[in-house]
Design a protein around this ligand. Structure first.
Ligand code: SAH
Length: 226
């Protein structure tokens, strides 16, 4: 059998997958402008190499997106850090929903920072892979769900924070409704003229304030389970 993810040696990493390599990634993120110490601390402890194919492990701490199968990618560390920083801002972390678990890396970061995290993935095989990837990290406050993120997760709402890791053509209404009255959501939005931008949605009671931020490049958000 191939090395499993609960193999302590693999979890600890060596050489290009060591804690020292991860510390260099964190230093680069800091120099590129990531300021939230909670995000930087989580990125220093979550072993990103556990979430990529073993053939790509030596590249796990480069600041790039990498393939995870099923035409999907693990997001670029800078973008992951930036989105978590934007959605948390200076607030105390609360109940959080992630849409697009993929391999589970961002879910692991969120569960390191937030008291309660739910993450939805539409592709069953990826949902199961994420579960395997996350086993060794024993994050008891993280729940993985196989479902369609367009519907959100009514049974666990409202959420203090929502992070979407796939680009939708419009703001999914169910997600907006499931935000707590003072909640924040960050998502990549496909632009009518092409390209994508991050959209920050801040709910204040019945009012939703939307701000368009950085250009990004995410896989598309697709409807229905697969
Ligand atoms: N969060 C991941 C990034 C995953 S890529 C990371 O840490 O790197 C985006 C993921 O969103 C893909 O796995 C894709 O299958 C998933 N996705 C796309 N549309 C979705 C939907 N409607 N509901 C749930 N997941 C969706």
């Amino acid at each position: 059998m191939a090395r499993t993810l609960s193999d302590p040696a693999r979890t600890a990493g060596v050489g290009m997958t060591s804690a020292r390599t991860r510390a260099r990634m964190v230093a680069r993120l800091r120099s590129k402008g990531i300021r939230d110490e909670r995000v930087l601390a989580a990125m220093a402890v979550v072993p990103r190499h556990l979430f990529v194919d073993s053939a790509l492990e030596s590249r796990a701490y480069e600041d790039s997106a990498l393939p995870i199968g099923f035409s999907q990618t693990i997001s670029q560390p800078f973008v992951v850090a930036r989105m978590i920083e934007l959605v948390l801002q200076e607030r105390t972390p609360g109940k959080t929903l992630e849409v697009g678990t993929g391999c589970g890396y961002q879910a692991a970061l969120l569960a390191t920072i937030c008291p309660e995290v739910y993450s939805i993935e539409r592709i069953k095989a990826l949902h199961e892979r994420a579960r395997r990837n996350l086993l060794a990290l024993r994050l008891a406050n993280l729940r993985l769900v196989h479902g369609d993120g367009y519907a959100g997760l009514e049974q666990a709402a409202p959420f203090h924070s929502i992070i979407v890791a796939a680009a939708a053509p419009h703001l999914p209404q169910a997600l907006a409704r499931q935000l707590a009255p003072d909640g924040r959501m960050i998502l990549p939005l496909a632009q009518p003229a092409g390209g994508q931008r991050l959209l920050l949605v801040e709910r204040r009671g019945r009012a939703y304030q939307e701000s368009e931020l950085d250009p990004v490049h995410f896989v598309p958000m697709e409807a229905g389970k697969a």
